[in-house]
Design a protein around this ligand. Structure first.
Ligand code: GDG
Length: 461
């Protein structure tokens, strides 16, 4: 008989399971990524069930326990993967919700599979949720799940959290399936967003598209009330702080600095290789700084860590080419043998290596065109135990609402960004400390545990 996950009082649904098959040995290991970094601490604190896709389109594994929580895999066929995930989620919703910074595609053949897969997730959750359980549905892939699950299990407390931005009314109205998506979300008791602005966008859409009534954050539709509010997500601050106190991490940071030249300032970028992250624009600003002679390679060096992402999608293939061309162009024109202008690492790093980079970096560059929150910005701040270093941060990130003592830049403005980077490089130590201290206080006040407590707490109200 196949193994079954036990019924649980806490069920998390996300497109992906938080684990993947370990390459080196048999078994599973926890995956890197914003959503996983944010939710895992919460899940392991109370043995919950995570429902998600395990990767691959073959027969999914039977439910299994890993590091104190259960994993229930949802099956996806090859065509469902292409249409629900590659198509509707990542080529319709992802660009539309990120200010249409690449044109969203509205192919009708993607919508049916999106509904079908959402139904499968709703059914899987309905099977593993104990009576009155809290179910947390994560992100844009699963926006129809709250409504579907409500139909199946009216006893549940359903929360939905959107990790990415929610677009302004004018943009969302482009979507052919706009009313259905809003209705789907309204099946949740609490609909969480990264910012107040996003929550307000949603409330306005509910009023306009499905005639919902709203009073502040409470939105009433078909006799049910939901709350649409901001719950800015965060990070496990203590875990990062303790990594940054680890002598091995400190020694590695010193080694990185020594190798790059202790006399140079280190700029750092860490992102998924995604067109929303503004990696190309950041590289153009770096090129400009060197081309205009504002800075030389003896003064500054950039490390860009880019984690491969969605590598079979055209827009991502184009971005990778553009980024690699810019790295090549900058290095070709400005590097010397043994002294590179840009170090480009296209891979995922172990977390202690990442922490060593955060420790080593004088300036952190976080320059997305639009980003729901951006955990990297918060991670850098958490790692600066001595309150040194500067953060250059796009005003179009959710993080900019909290980290307002960063150097805020408009990522569409290459010159403005170059000026921001130069300002960060030239910042005096006392000013770095003033700004970093204020930002560290904010990050420590809202950790991922506070986020989870607030979100789950709102569901239990
Ligand atoms: C989505 C939203 C929102 C990165 N490189 C490595 C690595 N990472 C980790 C970082 C960070 C996470 O991945 C990236 O999180 P972000 O927030 O920056 O971005 P998304 O992946 O786009 O996340 C975003 C987030 O969800 C949470 O709600 O903030 O707006 O788009 O934690 O540290 N981790 C390791 N090696 C790497 O090379 N180990």
């Amino acid at each position: 008989m196949a193994k079954r996950a036990r019924k649980s009082d806490l069920v998390i649904l996300a497109n992906r399971l938080p684990v993947h098959r370990a390459k080196a040995r048999d078994g599973w290991e926890v995956s890197p990524g914003g959503l996983v970094s944010a939710l895992l601490p919460t899940l392991t604190r109370q043995t919950g069930v995570w429902v998600g896709w395990a990767g691959g389109t073959g027969t999914p594994p039977a439910p299994f326990e890993h590091e104190g929580f259960w994993n229930v895999a949802v099956e996806l066929s090859e065509s469902e993967f292409d249409n629900y995930y590659g198509g509707f989620s990542n080529r319709t919703l992802w660009p539309l919700y990120h200010d249409a910074c690449r044109p969203p595609l509205y192919h009708r053949r993607w919508w049916g599979p999106y509904l079908e897969v959402n139904k499968r997730f709703a059914e899987a959750a309905s099977e593993v949720a104990a009576k009155g359980a809290v179910v947390l549905v994560q992100d844009y892939h699963l926006q129809m799940v709250p409504g579907m699950l409500r139909e199946l299990r009216p006893d549940l407390r359903i929360g939905f959290f959107l990790h990415i931005p929610f677009p302004p009314v004018e943009l969302f109205m482009q979507l052919p399936w706009r009313s259905q998506l809003v209705e789907g979300l309204l099946g949740a008791d609490v609909i969480g967003f990264q910012t107040k602005q996003a929550a307000q966008n949603f409330i306005r859409l509910g009023q306009r598209l499905v005639g919902a009534k709203a009073s502040r954050s409470v939105i009433e539709h078909k006799g049910r009330k939901s709350r649409a509010e901001a719950f800015p997500i965060s990070i496990d601050v203590e875990r990062l702080e303790s990594l940054c106190r680890d002598p091995k991490v400190i020694a590695r940071a010193a080694q990185v600095r020594h190798r790059l030249g202790n006399d140079r300032k280190i700029l750092l970028g860490v992102d998924r290789l995604d067109y929303t992250k503004g990696i190309d624009i950041r590289l153009r600003s770096m090129y400009d700084l060197l081309a205009k002679g504002t800075k030389t390679i003896d003064e500054a060096v950039l490390i860009q860590v880019s984690v491969p992402s969605r590598e079979d999608v055209d827009e991502y293939i184009e971005l990778r080419s553009a980024v690699e061309e810019l790295v090549g162009q900058t290095n070709g024109e400005f590097s010397e043998v043994g002294r590179m202008a840009v170090h480009y690492l296209r891979r995922s790093l172990p977390i202690d290596e990442l922490a060593a980079f955060y420790l080593a970096a004088d300036v952190m560059l976080v320059t997305p065109l639009r980003d729901g929150m951006n955990l990297v910005a918060k991670e850098y701040v958490a790692c600066r135990l001595e309150d040194t270093g500067s953060l250059v941060l796009s005003e179009f990130t959710g993080a900019a609402h909290e980290l307002d003592r960063a150097i805020l830049v408009n990522p569409h403005d290459v010159d403005g960004m170059a000026a921001g980077i130069a300002q960060a490089l030239d910042m005096t130590l006392p000013e770095q400390q003033r700004r970093m201290k204020a930002m560290r206080t904010k990050v420590k006040r809202n950790t991922v545990f506070d986020w989870a407590d607030r979100f789950v707490g709102a569901l239990r109200d």
